[in-house]
Design a protein around this ligand. Structure first.
Ligand code: NAD
Length: 303
């Protein structure tokens, strides 16, 4: 995709954090914007901010885990602005703790948003984007799924989140292969950030009542949550930098987007264990935030 100077972008989770930063990067490229989010106040604030900057933007209240809501989002985006060029399946939530302590509701919530949300976006938008490509030889599009470095590496206390993000990486790679068979006008990319200061540590704010746990979190779940909040707040790269790196990757037609490549040696170490068939062992010395997570979980287990 050449340098982006116009077109239409749809961003889920567009009200805050990375989604909002992606919206600002799109606005700088004179794109028209459809932001979707489950949190109406944050969504309204971001849309207002974009309009103040002169961007033609709308906000749509959507729970991405609901396929009918995502289909309605695609209808609304097309009705308002026509062909969609960029789709950012970005909305996400986090939950932590030992795998066996996560409840069925934890799994339903996190997989519902992080995995089904992306699936719903891909199912509702891809046929429309392919139709746009078929109708216009000048059309160019890209579907960018937000995974995480947790989609490439595993660590204690990150079970559900890591499972959901591994699935997003796999889904994105398969989408890439599938698209390659039918068009050169629509591409896929996967964004794998490491820790970035956003509101992800307060994900519970958007948890629907019917998926709330009846029991209080365990010590280990609280320790995982505290570790995640600390790591996120100390993230070495800003959401704005991640967004710009992502747009440049889309413009450069790169599939893997790794805004914090310094964490890749941890992935390399994992690949070594897989290929050599040796027992997985995390090189904690390469990733202090994961060492802190392990130490907090050990302390919680001793209490
Ligand atoms: N911040 C990090 O350290 C980090 C690292 C790696 C990956 N990510 C991923 O980046 C993406 C964006 O997260 P963020 O860090 O900006 O967090 P954030 O909490 O600041 O933003 C997430 C947005 O998603 C929205 N959202 C939550 N549930 C939703 C639902 N069911 N339907 C629609 N919208 C929903 C929230 O309201 C919020 O606006 C997520 O997929 C997250 O997993 C974040």
């Amino acid at each position: 995709m050449k340098q982006i100077t116009d077109g239409v972008a749809v961003i889920t989770g567009g009200g805050s954090g990375l989604g909002k930063a992606l919206a600002m990067s799109a606005s700088r490229r004179a794109m028209k914007l459809v932001l979707a989010d489950i949190q109406p106040e944050a969504l309204d604030r971001t849309v207002q901010e974009l309009r103040t900057r002169g961007t033609d933007a709308i906000g749509v209240a959507v729970d991405v885990s609901d396929p009918a809501a995502v289909e309605a989002l695609a209808d609304q985006a097309e009705r308002r602005f026509g062909a969609v060029n960029l789709l950012f399946n970005n909305a996400g939530v986090t939950s932590g703790g030992p795998v066996w302590q996560s409840t069925e509701k934890d799994w339903d919530w996190v997989l519902g948003v992080n995995l089904k949300g992306v699936v719903n976006g891909v199912r509702s938008f891809t046929p429309r984007m392919l139709a746009s490509a078929a109708a216009d030889p000048a059309y160019e599009g890209c579907i960018v799924n937000t995974a995480s470095m947790a989609g490439l590496i595993t660590a204690p206390g990150m079970g559900i989140y890591s499972v959901s993000k591994h699935a997003v990486v796999a889904l994105s790679e398969c989408l890439h292969y599938d698209l390659q068979l039918v068009t050169t006008q629509l591409r896929a990319a996967v964004l794998c950030p490491s820790y970035v200061p956003t509101d992800i540590g307060q994900s519970e704010r958007n948890r629907p009542a019917h998926l709330a746990n009846s029991e209080a979190p365990t010590k280990a779940q609280l320790a995982s949550r505290a570790a995640a909040q600390q790591a996120v707040s100390q993230g070495a790269i800003s959401a704005e930098e991640v967004a710009e790196i992502t747009f440049r990757a889309v413009e450069g037609e790169r599939f893997y987007v790794f805004p914090s490549p310094e964490t890749l040696p941890v992935f390399r170490a994992r690949c070594g264990h897989v290929l050599d068939q040796t027992t997985p062992e995390l090189p904690y010395e390469l990733f202090p935030a994961l060492k802190d997570r392990r130490d907090r979980l050990l302390a919680a287990a001793r209490r």
